[in-house]
Write a protein that binds this ligand. Sequence first.
Ligand code: PEP
Ligand code: MG
Length: 931
Amino acid sequence: MSTLSNTAVLQELAEAVRETKHNGHGQPANAPKYVYLFSEVEQAEELVNGSWDSVRGLLGGKGANLGDMTRLGVPVPPGFTVTTEACNAYLAAGETFPAGLFEQLLDAVGEIEAQTGKKFADPSNPLLVSCRSGAKFSMPGMMDTILNIGLNDEVVVGMIERTGDARFVYDLYRRLVQMFGSVVMNVPDEVFEAVITTQRKQAGVATDAELSASDWQMVTQKFKDIYRTFTGHEFPTTPYEQLKLATEAVFKSWNGRRARDYRNAAGIRHDLGTAVNIQTMVFGNMGDNSATGVAMSRNASTGEPEIEGDFLFNAQGEDVVAGIRLTQPVEDLQQSMPDVYAEFEEIAHKLEVHYRNMQDMEFTIEQGKLWLLQTRDGKRTAQAEVRIAVDMVEEGMITKAEAVKRVKPEQVDFFLHPQLDVMAVKSAQRIAKGLNVSPGAAVGQVAFDADTAEMWAKEQGRKVIMVRPETKPDDVHGMLAAEGILTSRGGRTSHAALVARQFGKPAVVGVGELEIDLESRLMTVGDMVIKEGDYLSLDGTHGTVYMGQIATVVPDFNNPYMLKLLGWADEFRTLGVWANADYPQDAARAREYGAEGIGLCRTEHMFFETHRLPIVQKMIMAKYPNERTQAINDLLPMQRGDFAALFRVMNGRSVIIRLIDPPLHEFLPSHDDLVRELDDLKVQLQHFHTIKEIDVALAEIRQKQDYLERVVALREANPMLGTRGVRLGILLSELTRMQVRAIFEAAIEVTREGVIVKPEIMIPLTAHVNELHVQQTTLEAEAKLVMEEQNMTVPYKFGTMIEIPRAALTADEIAEVAQFFSFGTNDLTQTTFGISRDDAESGFLVEYQQRGILTENPFATIDAKGVGKLMGIATELGRQTRPDLEIGICGEHGGDPKSIALCHKLGLNYVSCSPFRIPIARLAAAHAALA
Ligand code: PEP
Ligand code: MG
C-alpha cells in the first residue's frame, strides 16, 4: 500500500492541497491532465485532435460516453474520469500515484461538490460516489467497482436524519464495507456473505429484503470486524482515503487474472490501461417515487420501434439484473410517472440520433428525478438488427451503405434456417461439439442408416437425425429424408458436409468423441449412451449437439426488411453471386435467393440418385465394352433431362456444368463393408438347410466378391489425388461423350421451347494444358455431331477448374484453351497444403488451430498467403492471355465472407456457393465493395 494510506496524513494532505489552491497555487507545474470532469469531454477531444476513438482510448468507453451524454444535456449524475494514462503511469511507477494525480482528484471532487451542492464527509448533506473501471473496450465484469464511497459513522447518522430511512442507509454502508473489503483489500467475499446468511437465520427471514435496519446495522459492524481481522487496519473512515484506495484498486484490477485472461481471449492489448469513473451516487431505493431499470430504445428481439425494458420501484440496479424481484415492463412508468416517462422517451430518441444506433440504457429515478447512468449500443437478435438498420435508413438516421455494413453476413442465416430457441438452449444438455458445416437447427430421433432414416421419415412421419461415422453417395436418400445429419468423421468438404449444405440440412460432422456402434445400434459420448430412436437436437450453426428435443424458431426469408437490405447490398457489390446447384429444385431456390448463374453443377451428384446408382455401378462393373456402352446409354436420357430442367430454371443465365469428377470407387460400397459383409455371409452359410437358401446366399456372395475385386482394383492410397477429374474423363472418353451429348441435346431441346441457354462446360482437376487439349477435342467433336444431327447451333464456353497448383502456375498456357476459370478451392487447398480434405479437419488440423500453428481452418477460409497467392497468380496470368477471361470460385469458400472479400480484392467476376449461402454471399460481397 502507498505511503499515503495513513488516514490522518491523508486528511491533512487533502486539506493542505485545498489550502494551496485557495491561495492561488496549483498542482505541480507540468503534470499532465489526468482527470476530466464529464463536462470537460471537449477538452479531451481537443487534446487528441477530435478523434473519438482516441477519446475512448484516453477516457475509456464508459467515461467517454458519460462525457458525451453530459454534453448532450442528458441528466447524468455529475462525476469525472481518471484517464488510462494515469493508470499506466501508476502501474509503471510500481503502483504509486503519479505526481499531480491526487491533487487533480481532489480538485475534481470539489467541482462535483459545487455541482451537486453536496459535500464529501458532510453529515448534513453528504456526497457519495461510485468508483468504476472503464477501459477502451468493454470488458464486462472483468474489473472492479466500489459503490457508496463517502460513508462513515458520522455521515450515516446524518443521512438517517435526512432520509428517515435507517434500513436504507445501513444497507448502503454494509455494501461499502463489503465491496471495499473484497475488492480493495482482497477479503474473500464468502466471509461477508456468510454473515448475511447467519443474520437472515437469526432474524428468521428468507430474503435480504426482509432484514431490518438493526439487522443491517449489526451486519455492518460485523463487516468492519472482518475487515480489521483480515487487513490489520480499521476500515478507513476518511472519504478521501476511501476514494484513493478505490482508485488504486481499479488501476490494479487492470492486471488482475480475470482481466488478463479476458484480454487474451478477446484479443485486447495489455498496455491500454483502464480509466476510472468517479460519479455521484443516485438511489433508486429512496422510496416509492424512486426506481431503477434498464431499457432498450427499440425492441431487441424484433427490432420494432418501441422502448422495451424492465424496472423496479424502490430498488437498486443490481436487483433488476439479479432477478430476485419480479420486474415491471418499462411502459408501466407511463401511468405512474408520465412526466418521467416522456422525458425518458425524449432522451432515448436523442441518444439514438446521436449514436445513430439502438441504445441500451441504465436509468435511475431518485425521488422523482430521472438520471441516466449508462448508454451503449444495444445487443439484439439478427432479426432486430436487420429491421433496425432498414428503419433507421428510412428515418434518415443512417445511410444505406451503413445499414448494409451493419448487418453481419452470418446474421442473414437467421432468415434461412430454423434456429434453436435461445432461451430453450440455456437449459439444454450439451453432449458434444463438432464442425459446424451446415447451419440451422434440427431435432429428431437418431437413425443409424439411410434406409431406416428414410423409412421412419417417409412412412411413419417421424423426424429423424441421421447418424453415421461418415456418409457416402448411397446415403443421400437418408440424408434427404432426415432433418439433420451427424457424423463422427469428416471435414468441411466431406461428402456429408457438401450434400447437407446443398440441401440446407443442418449438419454437424467430425464429432471425434462420438463412438458409433452400428452393430448394437447405439452410440456413446464419454459414458453417455444414446440408442437408436432417442431424440437429439443439432445446432448446425455452431456445431453443437444436444440431448433431447429443443424448441426451434421458424425462418422467414420473405421478411420485407431482409429483402430490402439485400436489395441495397446488390446496389453496392461488384462481385457476381452464383450458385453451386446440381438439381433443378436447387437452382430454383438459388434463383429465389438471388443467384445470377450456376457456377458449378457437379454432374456426378446426379448419378447418386437411388434408381441411378445401380446403372452407374453397372457401368463400373462392366466386364465388356458393350456392357459399359449400354450402361452409359441408359444414363444419357437421365442426364439430358437433368440438364434441360436446369437450363429451363436458369433461362438466360450461365450454367456451368462440370464433367464427372470423383474417383469411381465412391459409387461402390466401401472396401471394409464388403469384406465384413462377405465374412458374415460365409458364416451364415453353415446355418442354411435348403438348397434354395444356399443358392441365394451363394449368389449374393458371388456378387459381393465381384464388387470387392473391382473395389480392390480401383483402390488407391489417396483416391482424392488419383484417377479422378479430367484423368477419369480422358480414360473413360465414352462417359465424357455421353455427358457432352446430354448437355447439347438438352440445350437444343429447351432452346426450341424458347428458353435462352448459356452452357459452360467445365473440366475438373486439370493440371496440364494438354489434358484440356484432349478433352476439348473429344468435346468439340461430340458437340458438333449433336448440333449437326439436330440442325441447330448452341453457343457455349469451354473452361476449367483451377484446383491444382500447377494449373494456377501455368494459367497463361491454360487460358489459351480455357475460356473461363473456376477456382476449386477445396482441392486447391488440399493440394497446396498437402492436407487431405477428407480427414484432416477431424484430425491434426484441430490441434494445429488450438496451438495457433494455423489461426484459421484453411478449408473454411481461404489461406490468403498460400492458396490466395496462387489464385492471384492464376488470375493475372490467365488475363494476360485472355483479358476477358471469366473467373469465379466454386469451392466451399465461395460462401465464406472473409474469402469473398479476398475474391473481391483479386478481381474475380463471381463467387459461387450453395443456394443457402447466396443471401450471405450477396451481403458479404457488398461489404467487400464498401470496405
Ligand atoms: C473444389 O475442389 O473446390 C470443388 C468445387 O470441387 P469438388 O469439391 O467437387 O472437388
Ligand atoms: Mg474439386
